[in-house]
Write a protein that binds this ligand. Structure first.
Ligand code: HEM
Length: 451
């Protein structure tokens, strides 16, 4: 599926329905819709969501310009009621000066130097999981990866002694995430905040549980800090953070950022791992190369943070899984005054979209775009992959804060589990469901085999 470049000005976009514009096609299958815009109408395609003006850009340099201009001439898309309920005014939701302050406060907690201290927890949790597996067992890959990344999220955020609170926090986060996804893809997105629906009630209940549990954890951390105990988790780093004026995050802000980091990082990483296993299962040569690298570099021991750099092929498997199944499959921003892309003025109020899904599956930037080929990322594999077109973590000022965390987590988990087992998911393709993240549309059963 290779798109052709249409000269600027020649694109008219797809035909629109009165009032709703292209909403029906977008709502039916947004992934196919974006691909059809790219293939049928070029690299700059106007389309309509109800009365709102939209443009899809499909060239890497245009996506780069868009992402680079957010918080300058573009503003982030307004997130709905459900996001505000759950994430409060956390860094994902905040805009302008408030966002700048919060980003500066949160960023130090997820720097590579700090991710090193979370790596041991990632490996410990993965090792505990694999110890419960036996040759010939059947598992549901997605469920196992969700459980694992949930455990890692709670422990890296709140510390290993928060294990007792893991069950209520994880259950409430799972409910909240489900309802957020339902709102994101459903008509409720357009309902005013005062309209009650069963989904919104479930979300409120989950948020109440999270508020209670996280308040406990924050008070425990505050007490430990007051007693002079330095801890190694994300929340402790947030507690220690100070803004330009020397002010710390308030308790409400700590709550918002804790939930934001959990929601931002958990499902995105669990789906990345699920897709990586599914792809590896159908690619025996890649699996063999992975096993060879793990045997050679680790020689039977568990990986540590330092091994991340020593496992290039493991990293390439993650990178290629993120190319084929970018968990965040669309990114958009709204033009303000003076907005322009590719030298072309964008009228204020226009929503400009780019889709990591359709960008990553474009033959111009990735030959044989539908094929799982981690070797395309080999050093010196000229012309096999365009780095600029690989945008699973977005880019610009609002690029993912947790990219390093996620990449290290996915590679180390893969290394711990693949050392011990092949996950055979069978030949049936797994359909995708573009919810809040790019999910498998059905369970992904696998047979465990020792290599
Ligand atoms: C494979 C895993 C992940 C993927 C694919 C991913 C992807 C993204 C993308 C595309 C954005 C930008 C969205 C936009 O511009 O609209 C983003 C933002 C963000 N991500 Fe991630 N993410 C992942 C993991 C994580 C993790 C592990 C954390 C936390 C530890 C995290 C925290 C955040 C935060 C806080 C933001 C908001 C940044 C801002 O608005 O300034 N993400 N992520």
């Amino acid at each position: 599926m290779t798109a052709t470049l249409t000269p600027p000005g020649a694109e008219r976009g797809p035909r629109r329905w009165p009032l709703v514009g292209n909403l029906p096609a977008f709502a039916r299958d947004p992934l196919a819709f974006f691909e059809s815009l790219r293939d049928g109408h070029g690299d700059w395609v106007p389309w309509a969501l109800g009365p709102k003006r939209n443009v899809l850009v499909s060239r890497p340099e245009h996506a780069g310009e868009l992402l680079g201009a957010v918080e300058k001439t573009f503003r982030p898309m307004e997130l709905g009621w459900a996001f505000h309920q759950l994430l409060g005014d956390g860094v994902v939701v905040a805009t302008g000066e408030e966002w700048r302050r919060k980003r500066a406060l949160v960023q130090p907690a997820v720097r590579p130097r700090q991710v090193r201290s979370y790596a041991a927890t990632m490996v410990e949790c993965a090792d505990a999981l694999v110890r419960g597996w036996s040759d010939g067992d059947r598992i549901d890959v997605h469920r196992e990866m969700a459980g694992l990344t949930q455990r890692i999220a709670v422990r890296t955020l709140f510390g290993s002694d928060a294990a007792g609170r893991e069950a209520p926090i994880s259950a409430a986060m799972a409910t909240a995430q489900r309802e957020l996804g339902a709102e994101f893809r459903g008509v409720t997105l357009f309902l005013p905040p005062w309209v009650q629906t069963p989904g919104r009630r479930r979300l409120r209940q989950a948020v109440a549980v999270l508020d209670r549990e996280i308040d406990h954890v924050i008070r425990e951390h505050e007490a430990a800090r007051a007693g002079g105990t330095e801890r190694d988790d994300l929340l402790s780093r947030l507690l220690a953070a100070r803004d330009d004026t020397g002010a710390p995050l308030t308790r409400k802000e700590l709550r918002d950022e804790s939930i934001t980091l959990y929601i931002g990082g958990h499902e995105t990483t669990s789906t990345t791992l699920t897709w990586a296993w599914q792809l590896l299962s159908g690619a025996p040569a890649a699996r063999d190369r992975l096993t060879e690298e793990l045997d050679r570099v680790l020689g039977g021991r568990l990986p540590a943070y330092e091994d991340y750099e020593r496992l290039p092929f493991t990293r390439q498997v993650v990178k290629e899984a993120l190319r084929l199944y970018p968990p965040v499959w669309l990114i958009s921003a709204v033009a303000g005054d003076g907005a322009a892309i590719g030298g072309r003025a964008v009228p204020a109020g226009t929503a400009v979209w780019t889709s990591p899904w359709s960008m990553h599956r474009d033959g111009r930037w990735f030959p044989e775009p539908e094929a799982f080929r981690p070797e395309r990322w080999d050093a010196g594999a000229e012309g096999q992959a365009d780095e600029q077109a690989w945008i699973p973590f977005g880019g610009g000022p609002r690029a993912c804060l947790g990219a390093r965390f996620a990449l290290v987590e996915a590679a180390l988990v893969l290394a711990v589990l693949a050392r011990r087992f092949h996950l055979d998911t069978g030949p049936e393709p797994v359909p995708v469901f573009p919810g809040l993240t790019l999910q498998p549309a059905r369970p992904v059963p696998a047979l465990l085999r020792q290599p």
